[in-house]
Every structure is written in C-alpha cells, then in structure tokens.
Design a protein around this ligand. Structure first.
Ligand code: MGP
Length: 225
C-alpha cells in the first residue's frame, strides 16, 4: 500500500513539477542568453593556412614546392583548436616532414614576395628534446603568431616545424631581414614565448642566403640571441 501511495504521489506531483521546472528555465533564460557567446567563433586577426611537406618526395630547389600540400585554412580561435586537437603533433611526424603555418595568401617559400627579402629565426632542438619540448615549443610559437602577439606582427609571415633525423627545427619567418631592430625584437619575443632555458640559442638566417647556398639551415646567421 505504501508503494502505491508513493507512485501515486509522484504521478500527482508530475504536473506541478514540470511547471516548476519550466518556470526555472524561463527565469534562467536571460542569463543563458547573455552567455550565448560560446556559440560565437572568435576571429583571429589574420586567416592562416596549415601546410604539410611530404617527406618521401624531397627534391631540388626547382621542384620543392610541388610537394607542399595545403591541409586547412582557419580564421577563428575555435577552428584553430579543432585542427590542433585532430592533427598529429609535430613530435609524431616522420623525420623529413614539415608543417608550415602561414598567413593566408603567403606561400611558405622563400620566393613569395612577402618572404624573399626576409629571413627566419631558427630554434634547433636535439632529438632527445623531441618528446619533451618540440610540440610545446611549436604550439607556443604558433599561438604567438596566430594571436598576433609580436610587436612587429606585420613582419611575421609564418612558422615552420621541421622533423629531421639529426636535429629538429622551429623557424619563425619574417618579411624584412634588413630591419635589424624589428628582427631582434621579434627574436627576443619569440625566445620569451618558448619558455626554454636562457642558454637556448636562436639564430636568424636570411632567405637570400638560403637561396644562394641552396640550403635552409646551413647558412651564416645574420644575428644570434
Ligand atoms: P628544408 O627541407 O627546408 O631543409 O630544405 P633541410 O633539408 O632540413 O636542411 P638543409 O639546410 O639541408 O636545406 C631542403 C631543400 O628543399 C632545400 O635545400 C631546397 O633545395 C628546398 N627548399 C626548401 N625551402 C624552404 C625552399 C623554398 O622556400 N623554396 C625553394 N625553391 N626550395 C626550397
């Protein structure tokens, strides 16, 4: 008998309960609507394209760009994180691979008009740092770029991570190698973002030297910090 009364009372209170719940939702609605910001995507200052360079098809300076593949373009914070959460980490790539993330409309190559007078700040990491530091440093550099955190943001064209059998590299590309003050300021800010030991060295190489020497990294640095 007690059980029947309990279920009866639940049934009897059903209508009242749903009314109360509806009232609660109605009251909460303005507050929920004020928070509906979470439905809005937050635009980045620039749109960016993520490229991949196929390691199996390494080639000459003349044919190098044929191996570049566009993966995705994004222009909001949310779309960046969707990509980041679904793409392989830099440390998981095969040696020989590169990710290039460049402002929309800039080809990730020396020859692009926004790159050809420029150069890159290079961080070199030992293979022993691949698991511990590479992906975090890559993310920090990326966030610095897409978050427009550099005072000289207009000179930033993109950022590259290169997995190699010997030494991995992260290179921040800038558009004007002759602007010493901006180059040094960008280098200092880049170093600050990476949270690496102060003994870590970065060197700046001009793309013109890379083209002359046909080598991305075997060039005399213009600056070191
Ligand atoms: P890489 O893969 O960027 O560097 O360039 P790697 O092999 O780690 O180091 P490097 O110091 O031995 O070069 C490998 C080769 O690809 C270069 O030597 C060029 O022949 C070619 N290459 C690389 N980049 C970034 C470019 C570019 O922007 N333009 C052209 N034309 N060729 C490039």
């Amino acid at each position: 008998m007690a059980a029947i009364s309990a279920s009866d009372s639940l049934a009897a209170s059903g209508e009242k309960k749903s009314e109360v719940e509806f009232k609660k939702v109605e009251e909460a609605a303005p507050a929920l609507m004020a928070q509906d910001d979470f439905l809005v995507k937050h635009p980045l200052q620039d749109s960016w394209t993520w490229w991949f360079d196929n390691p199996k098809k390494k080639s000459t300076q003349a044919s190098w760009s044929a191996n570049l593949k566009k993966i995705y373009s994004f222009s909001t914070v949310e779309d960046f994180w969707s990509l980041w959460n679904n793409i392989k980490g830099a440390h998981e790539l095969m040696p020989g691979s590169d990710y290039h993330v460049f402002k929309e409309g800039i080809q990730p190559m020396w020859e692009d008009k926004r790159n050809r007078q420029g150069g890159k700040w290079v961080l070199v990491l030992k293979n022993s740092q691949r698991k511990t530091h590479l992906n975090q440093a890559w993310l920090s550099g990326l966030l610095g770029c897409i978050g427009a955190m550099f005072d000289d943001d207009t000179q930033i064209t993109g950022i590259v991570v290169s997995l190699r059998k010997s030494l991995d590299k992260i290179a921040l590309w800038t558009s004007d190698a002759s602007d010493d003050r901006a180059v040094k300021r960008i280098g200092e800010q880049f170093k600050g973002l990476l949270s690496l030991p102060p003994s870590t060295k970065l060197s700046y190489m001009a793309h013109a030297d890379a083209m002359d020497n046909n080598s991305s990294y075997n060039n005399k640095p213009r600056f070191e910090i």
